[in-house]
Design a binder for this molecule. Structure first.
Ligand SMILES: C[S@@+](CC[C@H](N)C(=O)[O-])C[C@H]1O[C@@H](n2cnc3c(N)ncnc32)[C@H](O)[C@@H]1O
Length: 340
């Protein structure tokens, strides 16, 4: 058998195995560069490896290898021994940029250790990282989590405010609304709309600061609570449930849909936005991987199929359901339905 043997050419291709067995090298290079604030160190112009090493208190020889790896990944360019941010790094990885994604990346960085415990989680059926740490118990991690959600939501909301037509709607309940970013931007886009964000106290405290600094405290109110038990109220005409079904079981999601229906007036709109899979749960690949990420970080964490969520909404009496996928690189899909 030779390398040109047609039977070899037709066999399964091992490329994905080779590639994935070392894919964490690339992730860790990005996560470390972000953690070190490498891109800030280059924000004002090109520097040599020695200059970067001294600015960031790193070893010079190792830094040269690290910077060349970042060039290879497309985050930096090198000319005559001087390194510079590539356009993608300047746009998204420099902290003064309006589209900075560093806090989102930092949150992934904090989960790197949990992913290293995947086998243990699979055996024990328990998350590797207790959810309470980033949902209130550890103030620094909680703030980091809320800032990551805020940064991500700022990007997504640019599209979401055009996907949702909330014209004429007055009263929204944003369940598990995190930083309140969607509430702030939706109430700005649709004047007359007010929103109540129901959140865990530790997260709500940080969100209150963000809402105030956006000048939106008159139209967005944070309410401390637990969406498993807190009253959803009545007379709402929109309920937004974004990014929380992936923390919950089917039974809990069905219960949340029922309580959303009970608090909505007739004609009210339920919006469920999340990372969803196609039927079967394996595609898109990112969504299936996201299910593992949630398994590692929340007791009932996982991922649902949008078709299932629409079925649960239908079982609860919602009508005219539709699903809108957000454009790449956003992996989110938005499911909507109306209470008759
Ligand atoms: C992934 S974040 C989504 C935040 C926001 N809705 C968004 O889409 O950007 C999930 C949110 O659910 C909140 N959450 C989790 N469990 C909760 C509970 N039992 N009661 C209220 N909020 C909860 C978390 O604090 C977090 O802000």
């Amino acid at each position: 058998m030779s390398a040109t043997d047609p039977s070899v050419a037709k066999g399964p291709d091992p490329s994905s195995i080779v590639r994935l067995s070392t894919a964490y090298w690339e992730s860790q290079t990005l996560l470390t560069a972000n953690r070190l604030r490498l891109f800030d160190a280059l924000a004002d112009g090109a520097r040599t490896a020695d200059e970067v090493a001294s600015a960031l208190s790193l070893d010079a020889r190792s830094t040269a290898l690290f910077l060349r790896a970042c060039v290879g990944l497309g985050f930096l360019t090198e000319k005559a021994g001087r390194f510079e941010n590539a356009p993608v790094a300047a746009a998204f990885l420099v902290s003064r940029s309006p589209a900075f994604m560093g806090n989102v990346i930092r949150y992934s960085d904090q989960l790197y250790g949990a992913w290293g415990q995947l086998e243990g989680s699979l055996r024990a059926g328990k998350p590797a990282l207790p959810a309470e740490t980033y949902l209130g118990d550890d103030p620094a991690r909680t703030r980091g989590f809320v800032m990551a959600m805020h940064e991500r939501a700022l990007g997504i909301a640019r599209v979401l405010v055009n996907v949702l037509d909330l014209q004429g709607r007055r009263s929204m309940l944003d369940v598990g609304g995190g930083p309140g970013t969607y509430s702030v931007l939706l109430t700005e886009r649709f004047p007359g709309l007010r929103s109540e964000v129901l959140e865990l106290p530790g997260v709500a405290a940080v969100a209150r600061e963000l809402v105030a600094s956006a000048g939106a405290s008159d139209r967005v109110v944070l309410r401390d609570g637990d969406y498993h038990s807190s009253d959803f109220g009545s007379g709402k005409d929109v309920v937004l449930m974004s990014g929380m079904f992936h923390r919950e079981s089917e039974a809990t999601c069905r219960g949340l849909i029922e309580r959303a229906s009970a608090c909505l007036d007739p004609g009210g709109l339920l919006v469920v936005s999340d990372v969803f899979t196609d039927e079967g749960g394996a595609r898109p690949t990112f969504a299936a991987m996201f299910g593992l990420n949630m398994m590692l970080t929340a007791p009932d964490g996982g991922v649902h199929a949008d078709a299932d969520v629409m079925r649960w909404m239908g079982d609860c009496g919602f009508r005219d359901m539709r699903m809108v996928p957000l454009p790449p690189p956003m992996p989110h899909r938005v499911v909507m339905g109306f209470k008759p």
